[in-house]
Design a protein. Sequence first.
Length: 288
Amino acid sequence: MLDLVDKVVEEILDAGWPVTLAKPAFSFAAPDDSFPAFVVNAGGPVLNIFMTDVRENRHLRRPEWDKTELGTGASYSHPPVYLDIVYVVSAWSPASDQQAADPVGVEHRLLGEALRILLRNPDVVPQALGIPSGGTVFNAAHVYLSAAYPEGGQPLNDFWTTMKRAWRLAVQLTVTAPLDLLLDGPVEPLVITFIQRFLTTGSATAEQRIQIGGRVVRAVGGAPVEGASVRLMAAGREITTDSRGRYSFAGLQPGLHRIRASAAGLTPLERDVSVPDGPPADHIFELS
């Protein structure tokens, strides 16, 4: 479940990042004394999102079971437990003070943009973001994000001391998400097309974001291909299919998108997919 929360945070930042500012790499690794070398190897700025704490949110605890009427009977289910997951978010430039006019300024711009995106998304639904394999409860739940909260968070001086790094500006982010205690396994459609429209004040045109999902399967027998690479060619975005061969891309614009699916030992398949009104069969890649 914690890895799914990582994906929620990354997808929010990735989909919301403006085209006017170069997008940094996103890392969930510990920003310790070896992290600067990672940033240099990344070849550009990195936004580090490190998980530091997980605690139950007792305010959202419900001791009673949920009851669902089923005609002549009823079904009872244990409510999920909500957790507060805390991250320390920091921006890193590969340039030193001698190599760049203002590396700290670059880091502050990146961190400020990350704050803007996170504060614009205080309440999200994983299903709308295209997060796979979360299960029915997680996918349909509301996940709450709180960044730079005024009451303050954990002291960061101890954090940077533990990381063996000098003090640097960072933002604490708390994500409140459900943990399904009775997770039996996700139930999701084979292919999806989800459209969101946002209308800002003073604008006559709605901003449209589209999420699509599909599967990579074997041409013979239809078995799912786990670990297949699915690439959105123009954007350069690439993801890996899960154990059921599923993939998903969010934040797409209407139109034709070239998608390529490949897997070890199988012949790659590439096609144009019309978003959002193309046939559902185009979302399924059968590799042989």
